[in-house]
Design a protein around this ligand. Structure first.
Ligand code: SF4
Length: 420
């Protein structure tokens, strides 16, 4: 039986902003599946006439190929908020039936309540405005707490996922999960070095662990972790990093490819990507041609992109904790480097580094040409990125496969992205 829970120190202070939230998650395009039990509970209870009407409009039964976990869906699409969301920004279902009336995903978001190798792990996604506010205020960085489980939490349902101890039989690298976490979180929080150096060092660790996993060298993995935990090679990595030339055009074009997912999204996502293109001097054009020659071409003004990146660096001065907290929070919350169990350690690491690169690219495009950026705009961009890219296994796999098939697959090549 679980007796303790590991969580970041901001966890208990999280509160949904409800009607005061500017980026309300019920207005975003999500696919929210409902289990049969959840569907029955939602539709079987007595509701007001208005809510019944809204539920008919906003919840759709899966008629063909239903699965126990996907018996129905709550429909929220681009430009179409959840039908149960009231004009005051509050959920009518929750108002009438209380928190328990909601399906598990709506009850949980943005909380991730997971069980990892027999231990409870809780955190929150940065795809939520209130969470980004909490991370912004934590200038001293995130601390992690190991707390005794309260009796009323023992039967808490799991909002996200469970990786049981037995899985170590089929994925032996999981045996070293806690050492990996201590090492990589420690590196990401080591403020003696700039954050890009810390990200590249964490990527180096994942690269080596990925190599050891592919060669099934479990003893070697244990020895590497023990030695690196005792003495992470950050100074060496920093020197290597400094000596490298910047290849900004390659980083730019790769991030433009990632941004295509936003172009086809909600009006908020489209507006964000348009602003980024405009401020960084990026234009897309239809490329005439046949087969692989056809598609979208990218025109860019490298000087404008570099100016945008410089503006971001200037703005981040004294605020470096923001990106550190976002990346540490995501590393912890996504159970890296086992975020996507269908991928290897290094492939998960590729996504992690690409996310960091894309985050900087978008934030550079949010910086105005003159004056300070509006914090609400910066926060909104962060929420959009984490909501879009970290809650979809398909998008993660798409980004990783783009990088692998375009020759960005080694640590040296990932450094180009991290450097920007
Ligand atoms: S984004 Fe966060 S704060 Fe806003 S409505 Fe959703 S859970 Fe609440």
């Amino acid at each position: 039986m679980d007796i303790s829970v590991l969580q970041p120190d901001y966890y208990e202070t999280f509160h949904c902003l409800a009607g005061a939230c500017l980026d309300n998650c019920c207005r975003e395009s999500w696919d929210i599946p409902l289990t049969k039990n959840e569907y029955m509970k939602l539709t079987g209870a007595r509701r007001s006439k208005e809510l019944e009407g809204r539920m008919r409009e906003g919840i759709k039964r899966v008629r063909r190929g239903e699965k126990p976990s996907e018996y129905a869906h709550i429909l929220i699409g681009p430009g179409r908020p959840c039908a149960m969301l009231g004009e005051d920004g509050l959920c009518l279902l929750q108002k009438e039936g209380g928190h328990e009336a909601l399906g598990l995903i709506c009850q949980s978001f943005p909380r991730a309540n997971q069980r990892m190798l027999g231990k409870r792990v809780r955190s929150c996604s940065a795809g939520c405005e209130a969470v980004v506010e909490l991370l912004w205020k934590k200038k001293e960085g995130i601390r992690f707490q190991n707390l005794p489980l309260r009796p009323n939490e023992r039967n808490l349902r799991y909002g996200n996922r469970e990786i049981p101890v037995e899985m170590e039989q089929t994925r032996p690298a999981l045996r070293y999960f806690w050492e990996m976490e201590a090492l990589c979180v420690g590196i990401l929080q080591n403020r003696s070095y700039p954050l890009p150096v810390r990200v590249t060092m964490a990527a180096e660790v994942l690269d080596e662990l990925g190599r050891l996993e592919r060669s099934e060298d479990w003893e070697g993995m244990g020895a590497y972790l023990k030695a690196t935990l005792a003495a992470p090679q950050l100074a060496q990595r920093a020197a290597h990093w400094e000596a490298k030339p910047r290849q900004s055009a390659l980083a730019l074009v790769t991030n433009v490819f990632f941004s295509f997912s936003l172009r086809g999204g909600s009006s908020r996502e489209q507006a964000l990507v348009q602003q980024v293109y405009q401020r960084l001097g990026i234009q897309l054009e239809d490329r005439m041609g046949e087969g692989e020659q056809a598609g979208l071409g990218v025109r860019y003004q490298l000087d404008r992109y570099l100016q945008g990146m410089d503006r971001l660096e200037q703005w981040l001065h004294g605020k470096e904790h923001l990106l550190e907290n976002l990346m540490v929070n995501y590393y912890f919350q996504s159970l890296q480097p086992f975020d996507d169990l269908s991928m290897g350690i290094w492939e998960n690491g590729i996504f992690f580094a690409a996310l960091y690169s894309f985050l900087r690219f978008v934030l550079a495009g949010v910086m105005p040409e003159e004056g300070e950026p509006d914090w609400a705009a910066v926060r909104g961009a962060i929420v959009t990125i984490f909501r879009k890219f970290t809650h979809s296994a398909q998008l993660k796999q798409k980004m990783v496969s783009y990088l692998l098939s375009n020759g960005v697959q080694t640590l040296e090549q990932m450094d180009v992205l991290i450097k920007g």
